[in-house]
Design a protein around this ligand. Structure first.
Ligand code: AMP
Ligand code: ZN
Length: 469
């Protein structure tokens, strides 16, 4: 039984897929994760969110679900301020790098995919770009307009949040947080309510944008929140099972995705809403605006294995903040190296084919931990305990480690069992036959031959195992 914390309702709930086959929940899970805005390198804070989503996806698969995972690429419409003011991040990136927006988007998309691969984050089944669904976005805005949820001002078409009874349900229908004292408040002229958001922004008359499209309301570009509605609807259909992102998406981005789907289609967009907490550095959220970002390439330049960052993220629960420091990364790298050593010590024999009760118990507890809202830190601690357990055969330890690594994703399968020579395997087989025929003396002679070749046969409850001496 898999339980997940649902931000919608703020409690842990038993997870069941929405779709049914023959009256029962099907095994198909549809997962949408808000992807990167590709105007710069993803920092390791962003990547913590994608790692959390990867852990979730692997745990779903571990439970036998078949996951369709969609991730978008935001290549237009994400402005430098969540209040619908400021520049488009992509246009800003293009000006900085003296490239076209399309070149900037492509370059950072490729970089992002490389970062995910370096961290063993499984790629989604579908990548989808915001600029590939402009027509779908316009269609959604038309529905919203027809149903009376929009108004147009000089700057663009806006969603009137007061028209929706249940606006802000994702975070308890609270009013939007006040700006920090002293912060520069940029207000869009004519916007009726602080929480109202842009569905379509007009291109400025005196400024030629590189990305702009015609629409029934005028030339411009879509609002960021409409993009994710159009893309998830196109690839997964509405409603779908799980929608993920970082916790900063709760108040504005996801709230406004929900508002649009409730207004346009009268449904809740997704069944579960899951959010990963921040990676902090020096007491602040890691963010480009805080000037405290680090990338995977920087970690590599400093001599770290990117998987040590993965290990660090595995060791903290996704709903807790994680404070980053190079000391903690070094500790994670040391722990990971020790982990590899321990697993390698068990890898000199074949994987167990039958499990002892003790091994089965470890597997059950592992599942219990990961199924308790992804309690991976506990599952990791259990794995260490399992590797140190003197009452567990090496072949079982190795088998369990490989099995648990379907969730951890630490490349344990690259630690290969040292091959036992065929000659030894054949002798062991002969010996087993003789033992079954109660030919003890002949069996013992073969055991001695095996020993001469540097191997030892051990008769365990799970059958004979071969160890190198
Ligand atoms: P963006 O490219 O800005 O749209 O952000 C990509 C993802 O990273 C989103 O899911 C954000 O919520 C998430 N994110 C941003 N900063 C952090 C951070 N410091 N720690 C964890 N996740 C973050
Ligand atoms: Zn999104």
């Amino acid at each position: 039984m898999l339980t997940l914390y649902n931000t919608l309702g703020r409690k842990k709930q038993i997870f069941k897929p929405l779709r049914q086959t023959q009256g029962k929940p099907s095994k198909d899970v549809r997962l949408y994760c808000c992807g990167p805005t590709v105007y710069y390198f993803a920092h390791i804070g962003n990547l913590r969110s994608y790692l959390f989503e990867d852990f979730l996806k692997r745990i779903l698969a571990y439970n036998g679900f078949s996951v369709k995972h969609v991730m978008n690429i935001t290549d237009v419409g994400h402005l430098t301020s969540d209040a619908d003011t400021g520049e488009d991040k992509l246009e800003k990136g293009a000006a900085r790098e003296k490239k076209t927006v399309w070149e900037v988007a492509e370059f950072y998309t490729t970089q992002f995919k490389k970062d995910l691969a370096a961290l063993n984050v499984l790629p989604p089944n579908v990548w989808i770009k915001a600029t590939d669904t402009i027509q779908e976005q316009i269609d959604i805005i038309k529905i919203l307009e027809r149903k009376g949820f929009t108004y147009t001002i000089s700057d663009g078409v806006y969603f009137d949040t007061t028209k929706l009874k249940n606006y802000g349900v994702l975070w308890g229908n609270k009013k939007p947080a006040k700006m920090k004292a002293g912060a520069r408040v940029e207000v869009v002229e004519g916007k009726k309510n602080a929480a109202d958001f842009a569905l379509w922004k007009f291109s400025l008359k005196d400024q030629k944008r590189q990305m702009e499209w015609p629409s029934p309301w005028g030339i411009g570009f879509p609002g960021w929140h409409t993009e994710c509605v159009a893309m998830s609807k196109k690839e997964l259909g509405l409603p779908f099972d799980i929608h993920c992102g970082g916790i900063d998406h709760i108040q504005v981005h996801h709230t406004n995705e929900i508002a649009q789907t409730q207004a346009a289609y009268g449904i809740m967009m997704a069944n579960f809403w899951m959010h990963g907490d921040f990676l902090n550095m020096r007491g602040e959220k890691m963010a480009k605006s805080e000037g405290n970002i680090l990338t995977v390439d920087v970690l590599k330049e400093k001599g770290f294995n990117p998987l040590s960052y993965r290990y660090l993220c595995l060791s903290a629960h996704y709903r807790s903040k994680l404070a980053f420091s190079f000391e903690s990364l070094q500790a994670a790298q040391n722990a990971l190296n020790n982990f590899y050593k321990k697993v390698a010590e068990t890898a000199s024999v074949q994987v167990a084919e039958r499990w002892s009760l003790r091994a089965k118990n470890y597997k059950e507890r592992f599942l219990e931990f990961v199924n308790n809202d992804l309690n991976i830190p506990q599952a990791l601690a259990l794995t260490w305990k399992m590797l140190d357990d003197k009452n567990l055969a090496n072949q079982e330890k190795y088998g369990l480690a490989l099995d648990f690594d379907k969730v951890f994703g630490l490349d344990l399968d690259k630690i290969k069992a040292r091959e036992t020579p065929k000659e030894v395997l054949d002798l062991a087989e002969q010996r087993e036959k003789l033992r079954k025929a109660k030919e003890w003396q002949l069996a013992d002679e073969i055991r001695k031959k095996i020993e001469k070749l540097g191997y030892e046969v051990e008769d365990t409850a799970q059958g004979p195992t071969i160890k190198q001496n």
